[in-house]
Design a protein around this ligand. Structure first.
Ligand SMILES: N=CN[C@@H](CCC(=O)O)C(=O)O
Ligand SMILES: [Mn+2]
Ligand SMILES: [Mn+2]
Length: 344
């Protein structure tokens, strides 16, 4: 029997559980009570249960186990009052779970499974965008980023009814919260190459590469990577900038970047946060940027109304402590979801 290298599992609704509140009003509502199998809801969650890119990048594997655990942590969070008031009877239309893409690479099938998983995941992303929803990807390693981009690309191609290489194509911007630039040169795709791959894809289609990387550490990237970032015109906001500059100055840089593009892909590599806050990642950050800053910046970016796809990457449950990292990821997932729904 041939074992499929990549598979999709539908949403496991048994994962969507949380606290029962029989003595409260129905405003004691949690996200687990809103989730339904994906069917054109405003938000579609799609898991990328794959860490082959991390393995290829010489990193610590384990991120493939993250998607159901992030969901579980998110399920237990309360739905804010503003959302309940805004949507009232439409609450069931808010959150769809589109299941997980799995990369089966534990048994010698490692050759091309990452690329297949990225394509399968991209199909789901494309489908959710086509249905008018916001896909939120749950990694998995940061190789999810190339899949997220491809899904967005496919959706934009269809919207245009032609290829995105025409002069009418929307300009894509990418904002990545990450200690790492992830623009490595390599003979294979890894978790360290997605934004270089995206740059090459855009270049091959005559499109500009607009990439803003927030939280970059000078101790986590070589001079060769900073050289490439300069060649590619990457806008870098370092971890030190995030600590030393004022919010107004940082927000202005983000706003200026956003003003130059039509649509955004926002990705959060959880290793942008300090390892004391998020210990469960493949490559923990000694310094990192503050969660309060990431949340504030995420709200600002979402308020632009330009984000068409978002994802969270690199949570590695093997190294988590008391589920702390999944809880932080869930908090960011709730922030993205709330902001998206409130700007509809
Ligand atoms: N997605 C992660 N990328 C990092 C990993 C660094 C590390 O493992 O230390 C990178 O390639 O730079
Ligand atoms: Mn990183
Ligand atoms: Mn990364």
């Amino acid at each position: 029997m041939t074992i499929a290298a990549v598979s999709h599992t539908v949403a496991d609704m048994n994962r969507w559980t949380g606290r029962a509140e029989p003595f409260e009003t129905d405003r004691a509502r949690y996200w687990y009570q809103l989730a339904e199998p994906y069917d054109q809801q405003h938000i579609g969650l799609i898991g990328f249960a794959c860490d082959q890119g991390v393995r290829r990048n010489q990193g610590r594997v384990g991120a493939k186990a993250a998607p159901p655990l992030i969901r579980q942590a998110f399920a237990a969070l309360p739905v804010i009052s503003a959302l309940q008031q805004r949507f009232e009877i439409q609450l069931p239309s808010l959150l769809g779970d589109a299941g997980d893409i799995h990369c089966h690479d534990d048994d010698g099938l490692a050759e091309s499974t990452l690329e297949q998983a990225q394509l399968k995941y991209a199909d789901k992303v494309n489908h959710i965008i086509e249905q008018g929803g916001l896909p939120i990807g749950l990694g998995g390693g940061h190789a999810i980023a190339y899949g997220s981009f491809l899904g967005l690309w496919q959706a934009l191609e269809k919207t245009n009814g032609t290829t995105v290489s025409t002069h009418t194509a929307p300009t894509i911007g990418i904002i990545n919260f990450d200690a790492h630039l992830d623009i490595r040169q390599s003979d294979v795709a890894t978790s360290g190459t997605p934004f270089r791959q995206i740059a090459e894809h855009l270049d091959a289609h005559g499109q500009p590469f607009h990439y803003c990387c927030i939280g970059v550490s000078r101790f986590s990237n070589t001079a060769a990577l900073f050289d490439r970032a300069e060649q590619l015109g990457v806008h870098i906001i370092s971890d030190e900038d995030c600590h030393q500059q004022t919010w107004d100055s940082l927000a202005e840089q983000i706003d200026t970047f956003i003003s130059k593009v039509d649509v955004l892909y926002m990705t959060i590599d959880m290793d942008c946060l300090p390892s004391s806050v998020v210990p469960g990642v493949s490559a923990p950050a000694a310094y990192g940027i503050e969660l309060s800053f990431v949340e504030r910046a995420v709200k600002r970016i979402m308020a632009s109304g330009k984000v068409k796809i978002a994802d969270l990457a690199e949570i590695n449950p093997t190294f988590d402590v008391d589920n702390r990292s999944c809880k932080v990821a869930a908090r960011l997932l709730a922030t993205i979801s709330e902001q998206h729904l409130l700007t509809l």
